[in-house]
Write a protein that binds this ligand. Structure first.
Ligand SMILES: [Zn+2]
Length: 347
């Protein structure tokens, strides 16, 4: 009997391992598919306001014990210093904790975003923040491609693609986390051009043969795409409950731009000038910054500040305390080995 996608998700790697396939398959543990077994009607979330247009089977990727991803490499690719912390800080922290080695790639220099007395100072401030984000999330190194902010649509697509292909080969990147290039209504060219170049690099695994004089061939096998406001294809809910505080800290170091940084302590000061305080902000700048990001930016005021639903609300229908949403694209299992094993006859 042919195994359909649902059966495959249930049996996961255990079944794939015996077929001489699966070296590049994601580690799909039983915990990741427990939602269907638990009898939850995932179909009802397809058009749920927080989980729109999830036409694929929805997978719940739970936190996993140990280091199931040991030996794998991820690249978190962002146009701006605040994108990964805002949208994917939980997933990155989770995958690093579960054994991945990771790198942060930023396509622009953020010269038009955030504070600085001069444009050069703004660039420097954002560069420092980006390194702080990498450190907070446990990433090895930052690669800044340094294109001009909000100008990525004037850069030759082939040039960005070739740079990605080289980095994928050099760093042996298996998994990429970035903006969904197919998501409608994102008006920032840096977002959709970065995502589009990632897609082109995925397809170009055999291109640019001259690079192979200095790097080995290597292709990406998994992509997690996020987006901001607008209809979004979602087929994966990632549990980030144990990693939400790390996500908060990655947003705390984004002081030059982004909705995090010192917003909490600044709000606390403004309220104090009027003789007011919000108890949730605590009594120090540190607690104000931390709690503002965790409870206001990622939750209460998420739609306005991040253009995406609250991480807490996203997890709620699935019994998760905190979660992020993705459109996941992984390897598609071939049925042919299984078919040959069962159907081939002697001649
Ligand atoms: Zn951005």
């Amino acid at each position: 009997m042919m195994m359909n996608r649902k059966d495959f998700l249930k049996t996961g790697l255990a079944a794939a391992a015996g077929l001489g396939y699966g070296a590049n398959l994601p580690a799909m543990s039983e915990s990741q598919t427990a939602a269907t077994d638990a009898g939850q009607d995932l179909a009802k979330y397809r058009f749920h306001p927080l989980h729109r247009f999830s036409n694929d089977e929805l997978v719940i990727e739970r936190e996993q014990p140990g280091r199931p991803h040991e030996g794998k490499v991820l690249a978190a690719i962002q146009p701006h210093s605040d994108d990964i912390p805002i949208y994917a800080g939980g997933l990155v922290a989770k995958l690093i904790r579960e054994g991945y080695k990771g790198y942060l790639i930023r396509t622009t220099n953020d010269d038009a975003a955030g504070t600085g007395k001069t444009r050069a100072e703004t660039i420097l401030n954002n560069e420092r923040d980006t390194h702080g984000v990498a450190k907070a999330l446990g990433l090895e190194k930052v690669y800044d491609l340094s294109y001009r902010n909000h100008n990525l649509h004037e850069v030759n697509m082939q040039e960005i693609t070739a740079r990605f292909v080289f980095l994928i080969r050099m760093l042996k990147i298996d998994t990429i986390i970035t903006y969904d290039p197919w998501a409608p209504y994102d008006n920032n060219p840096d977002h959709y051009i970065t995502g589009t170049a990632v897609e082109a690099a995925y397809t170009s695994r055999l291109d640019y043969p001259e690079q192979l004089d200095v790097v080995e061939p290597h292709g990406v096998s998994e992509r997690y795409y996020f987006t901001r406001r607008g209809p979004q294809y979602i087929n994966r809910i990632v549990e980030i409950t144990s990693h939400v505080d790390t996500k908060v800290r990655a947003n705390m170091v984004n002081v030059t731009q982004g909705p995090g940084g010192h917003s909490g302590s600044e709000l606390r000061r403004r309220l104090a000038d009027k003789g007011l305080k919000l108890p949730i902000l605590g009594d120090t700048d540190e607690t104000a910054d931390f709690n503002y990001i965790k409870h206001i930016m990622l939750d209460l005021d998420s739609e306005a500040q991040r253009l995406t639903p609250s991480d807490r609300e996203v997890g709620k229908p699935f019994g998760l305390e905190w979660a992020e949403r993705y459109y996941y694209r992984g390897p598609i299992r071939s049925e042919i080995d299984d078919y040959i094993k069962k159907s081939a006859v002697r001649i």
